[in-house]
Design a protein around this ligand. Structure first.
Ligand SMILES: [Zn+2]
Length: 273
């Protein structure tokens, strides 16, 4: 898998039947990741590589060009039934910058995961390993049931809170659409490109006008900018994590990661007006 949260999904369906490696290391952002020659070794011998697509992990193309034989490739935004969102929802956006025209953060909606991504992973793994088809199908069904319960749990966690948020980068549109939240703005329109002090001040002004009580920051992107935001905005920043962290048991699995983020959003959103 290109990123940790995709690896989490693959592990759920593959179980002990496959070894899952991740290309982007913990704490790094896929948007700013630059693969090293040694990353080619991680792909060597892989039967399947799973990527988000839509520019999130566009660097995979060069790695695959250096890998022979090429593994099968599953691109999540291209999966049937995903119904991808446009990358740029902002009137002032320029078409999405590095994110491309489609929003790649599809794993942050557990219902899209349940209804589109899990069936695609089951089909792909079963095609590569037909002797184990029944096991992949059973693991997929079990995961789908848990995702339905997780969705209800997240909805409850976010009930009675405010609806508007300011994200660090535009990672949360699938999550927001699912749970009726509204992205007022983002700090980094192109992830990894820091806003100017003027852009930052304008964003903080917009957040205040919209009554957004906290700005979301992320572990993978510039702590310097996060500190600048905290200075502009008072101390009210809340850490969210679209990618997860295998070294933290609170967000080392898919359900854990989504729960952890819903709790962070609930804090950041404040009470319903
Ligand atoms: Zn992102």
């Amino acid at each position: 898998a290109t990123v940790e949260p995709i690896a989490m999904l693959v592990r759920e369906v593959a179980g002990p039947r496959a070894a899952v490696a991740v290309l982007v290391p913990p704490g790094a952002s896929p948007h700013t990741f630059e693969p090293k020659p040694s990353d080619v070794a991680k792909l060597a011998g892989a039967a399947l590589v799973v990527e988000a697509g839509a520019g999130l992990d566009g660097w995979l193309r060069a790695l695959l060009a250096a890998t022979s034989p090429a593994p099968a490739r599953l691109t999540l935004v291209d999966v049937a039934g995903v119904d991808p969102l446009p990358a740029a929802a902002h009137a002032d956006g320029d078409g999405g910058g590095r994110h491309g025209r489609v929003d790649p953060h599809v794993w942050l909606d557990p219902i899209r995961v349940r209804d589109a991504l899990v069936p695609a992973l089951v089909a792909q793994l079963a095609a590569l390993d037909p002797a184990q088809r029944a096991a992949y199908e059973a693991a997929g069904r079990d995961f789908q049931e848990r995702l339905g319960a997780l969705d209800a749990e997240l909805r409850a966690a976010l009930a009675g809170r405010g609806r508007r948020f300011v994200a660090f980068h535009a990672a949360w549109r699938y999550f927001a659409q699912r749970y009726g939240l509204e992205e007022v703005g983002v700090v980094e329109e192109a992830p990894g490109e820091e806003p100017t002090p003027r852009e930052l001040a304008a964003l903080v002004g917009r957040a205040r006008a919209a009554g957004v009580p906290a700005i979301l920051v992320e572990p993978q992107l510039s702590p310097r900018v996060a500190r600048a935001i905290a200075a502009e905005f008072g101390a009210t920043t809340v850490l969210v994590d679209p990618n997860g962290d295998p070294s933290d048991p609170a967000r080392d699995g898919y359900a854990e990661l989504l729960r952890w983020n819903a709790a962070a959003f609930a804090r950041a959103l404040g009470s319903a007006p």
